[in-house]
Design a protein around this ligand. Structure first.
Ligand SMILES: *Cc1c(COP(=O)(O)O)cnc(C)c1O
Length: 423
């Protein structure tokens, strides 16, 4: 199936007489005839459901659709994008380990890594996504367990060179994890370029309508854990909490990562998405391909408008010829990037704040990447925890405005921007 078809058809195939839409299994609990039946589930001897803190059938159907869209072997939903990135890294890195991450990542992820996960004893080295192969090489340590980046960084809009990062990660025997929230699998399929694990904040384009916070993790099935067993004892040695199961043996290269992540992390942290939200997420996925086309077309016109406006100092959009990331975006996402643009208003921080106040259609929101056009000044909101130095390292100057172009009529969006810029 093509991507557009998978958006509608993948993940759930109703049998004769069954509901066409994914059923919402709004149940915490699942009933079994015998204790032995249930015991097999607890030992991971049989697959099935017993408690929604770990797994729920509605969620799994939606995860299967996302898995198909990304071209992976296994996937799971989480309660948020934050939970997805935490789980993806914590599933293979623990106290005493080290992670190499791109410095151009979402502010929430940067905090998660640089503050909270450091408290758990995990060390991080941040590298520019534009670093040379030598600089990237120098960031690795003997205890490095993975490399992390964003396909298109929120809000810096840098495009990750997947092949450069994958090559470095694989030469050190560790996987590359990529957050693919902004382009979505409609515009970019990181697994095709060597990425091993893909994560999402489904809160953004996938949901697409401001309805539910959620996340997803997809395993490519391409990383050979057993070939690097010494680095990944959690996957390659027996788990005492499951009667000595070795995930990489029992569930194979394609299933080990997600099974362990569900059986241990979801069990212990309980960051499950509600089945009701998973249902909404599936509705969003059905129209994802159509919406992404419109987001990209609108953003292209808006970026070109901004570029020519006398009150705009600069525009960053990887779909604009001449943008620093135009060529690399053409390579990894030739059909388009996303609907998010950053630009600077002439007059800096004060002028930017005045511009924001004048907007009528563009709403001020911390949110991005959904049907509604929304605008944000990161330095005074989402990224306010960062020092000026860290802001620049994250590619988010103090004057940056993030504009998430929605799927309204583009003429209305441009008219709104034009009057606000005049003001
Ligand atoms: C929003 C976002 C996150 C965090 O997702 P939540 O669903 O808000 O927890 C992570 N990564 C990227 C790229 C994001 O845009």
């Amino acid at each position: 199936m093509k991507q557009e078809t998978k958006c509608i058809q993948a993940g759930y195939e109703p049998k004769n007489g069954e509901s066409r839409m994914i059923p919402i299994i709004q149940s915490t609990t699942f009933k079994y005839d015998t204790s032995e039946d249930m015991g097999k589930l607890f030992d991971l001897e049989a697959s099935g459901y017993f408690y929604t803190r770990l797994q729920n059938p509605t969620n799994d159907l939606v995860a299967a659709k996302i898995c198909a869209l990304e071209g992976g072997t296994a996937a799971m939903l989480t309660s948020s994008g934050q939970a997805a990135n935490f789980f993806a890294v914590f599933n293979i890195a623990q106290n005493g380990d080290h992670v190499v991450a791109s410095s151009a990542i979402y502010g929430g992820t940067f905090n998660l890594f640089n503050v909270t996960m450091r408290k758990m004893g995990i060390d991080f080295s941040f590298v520019s996504p534009d670093c040379t192969e030598e600089e990237l090489e120098a960031a690795f340590k003997p205890n490095t367990k993975c490399v992390f980046g964003e396909s298109i960084a929120n809000p810096a809009l840098t495009v990750l060179d997947f092949e450069k990062f994958a090559k470095a990660a694989h030469s050190h025997g560790v996987p590359l994890i990529v957050d693919n929230t902004f382009p979505t699998p409609i515009n970019c399929r990181p697994i095709e370029f060597g990425v091993d694990i893909v994560t999402h904040s489904t809160t953004k384009y996938m949901d697409g309508h401001d309805t539910g916070v959620g996340g997803a993790i997809v395993d490519s099935g391409n990383f050979d854990w057993m070939a690097h067993a010494d680095k990944f004892p959690g996957l390659c040695t027996p788990d005492d909490s499951y009667h000595g199961i070795t995930y990489a043996e029992k569930f194979g290269q394609g299933g080990a990562f997600i099974t362990k992540c569900t059986a241990q992390l979801m069990r212990d942290f309980g960051s499950i998405q509600s089945p009701q939200n998973a249902f909404y997420l599936n509705l969003g996925l059905e129209s994802l391909a159509v919406r992404m086309d419109r987001h990209v077309a609108n953003a292209q016109k808006v970026a070109e408008f901004l570029q020519q406006n006398e009150n705009v100092a600069w525009v960053t959009y990887p779909g604009l010829p001449g943008d620093k990331y135009y060529e690399i975006a053409q390579k990894y996402m030739p059909n388009g990037t996303c609907g998010v643009i950053s630009f600077g208003v002439k007059g800096g921080r004060t002028a930017a704040e005045a511009f924001m106040k004048k907007l009528k259609i563009g709403m001020i929101a911390t949110h991005v990447a959904d049907a509604h056009t929304c605008v944000l000044h990161p330095a005074s909101s989402t990224h306010r925890q960062l020092t000026d130095e860290e802001l620049v390292a994250a590619g988010v100057g103090p004057d940056l405005i993030r504009l998430s172009v929605g799927i309204e009529n583009v003429d209305d969006i441009i008219e709104d921007l034009e009057q606000a810029l005049k003001g």
